[in-house]
Design a protein around this ligand. Structure first.
Ligand SMILES: [Zn+2]
Length: 384
């Protein structure tokens, strides 16, 4: 019998166990999934959500199950922190209020709360009551990096399941299977999305992100010969493309809002508008972080290749790269670089990635990143 529990990644015995608990109606109402973000944990949560809304035991093929997997089921809600430093109290109040309402289509409602360790004390306290006495038709799955990161009163209300990081090979296999892409493409996506299965799968279909990565690699490859002015110009293009992506999201959100205007109260419309704004600025930031990750991966491959000796960067070694699709370009770049400079550039890139995380005007970060990289890599007087 095939069902959504087959698509739970990681330990097969765990998936089997989860299925038998679901089929005997022994699932808990509140779970705390502890371990690395997404990976196997998200696939298990989605299986639970399908079971909760499917009339046919998480069959995986009915309209409800498909909606869960596509992320569009009206009774399955996924939350992420919307504030820079975590969940906003308004967001948590929204979840609590929503949990009191009846399901729209299914017999149950499911709330998947990502980064639950980013619920601060007042949000967590507000949420506690709902977890203590959850409405009968609701289920909660909270995700956290560790149990210690959570407020103990929340932990004690949940059934806890620990997840360990999935090995890279398993994630790459899962990405290939899900998208039908080549192993090389899956490895690129794995490293670009820092080992997050869901994001890696999305990356494969995301033209914008791939285009930004391509532009970044082209820019890195030509840093040596570009003038500062040309570098700034290329950075402006990166920034413009990033802003274009955010504008497209704005337009889509605005259209959705206009379409639903008649059904929404003024307060709800305002709330949606604020959420849309946050989503578009989060997207922009995420795209910039993606650029920084591409740079880090490229440098990591340079360091790896130089330390292995450039000549040996043949087929065998390419399988160890984070950017195996551009192995030749990396080998070319290595001819002009020293190990010391590449290592110094890694440190610099780490600093800029941190600045991006704290949202220090990303546009300026881009110029600074590439101009300083050029200086460290090629103008230090120590390069060959
Ligand atoms: Zn189903």
């Amino acid at each position: 019998m095939s069902d959504v529990f087959d698509s739970v990644l990681g330990d097969k015995r765990f998936a089997e166990n989860l299925r038998s608990m679901a089929l005997s109606d022994n699932l808990a109402q509140s779970y705390l999934f502890v371990g690395p973000a997404d990976s196997a944990a998200m696939s298990a949560a989605l299986a639970i959500a399908s079971w909760a809304v499917c009339d046919n035991n998480a069959c995986g093929v009915c309209e409800s199950c498909k909606k869960v997997l596509r992320g569009v089921h009206p009774d399955v809600h996924v939350y992420e922190p919307e504030g820079a430093s975590g969940y906003l109290i308004g967001q948590v109040r929204g979840i609590i209020a929503d949990a009191q309402r009846s399901p729209i289509q299914a017999k149950r409602k499911v709330y998947l709360i990502k980064d639950a360790d980013m619920l601060n004390a007042s949000s967590a306290n507000a949420f506690l009551k709902t977890l203590e006495e959850p409405p009968r038709d609701t289920m909660f799955v909270l995700f956290a990096s560790s149990e210690q990161a959570m407020i103990p009163t929340i932990v004690s209300r949940c059934r806890i399941i620990g997840f360990s990081a999935m090995p890279m090979e398993e994630i790459v296999d899962a990405v290939c299977k899900k998208t039908g892409c080549s192993r090389t493409t899956a490895v690129v996506a794995y490293f670009q999305e820092v080992g997050n299965v869901d994001k890696a799968i999305r990356f494969i279909a995301d033209v914008q992100r791939q285009n930004l990565r391509r532009q970044t690699i082209d820019l890195l490859g030509s840093l040596r010969t570009l003038s500062d002015w040309e570098i700034v110009k290329r950075c402006s293009r990166l920034v413009a493309d990033t802003q274009k992506a955010a504008k497209e999201l704005d337009a889509a959100n605005e259209q959705a809002l206009t379409q639903n205007k008649d059904f929404l109260t003024a307060a709800a419309a305002k709330e949606l508008e604020i959420r849309a704004k946050r989503a578009s600025s989060a997207l922009k930031n995420d795209l910039y972080v993606g650029v920084a990750i591409t740079v880090q991966n490229w440098l990591r491959d340079i360091v790896y290749s130089i330390s292995r000796g450039q000549k040996s960067l043949l087929e065998d070694d390419k399988t160890s790269l984070t950017c195996p699709d551009v192995g030749e370009e990396i080998a070319d770049a290595c001819m002009y670089l020293s190990l010391d400079d590449a290592v110094r550039a890694q440190a610099l890139c780490g600093k800029i990635a941190t600045a991006l995380k704290y949202n220090v005007t990303p546009e300026t970060c881009m110029d600074a990143l590439f101009l300083e990289l050029k200086e460290v890599l090629y103008d230090s007087g120590r390069s060959r």
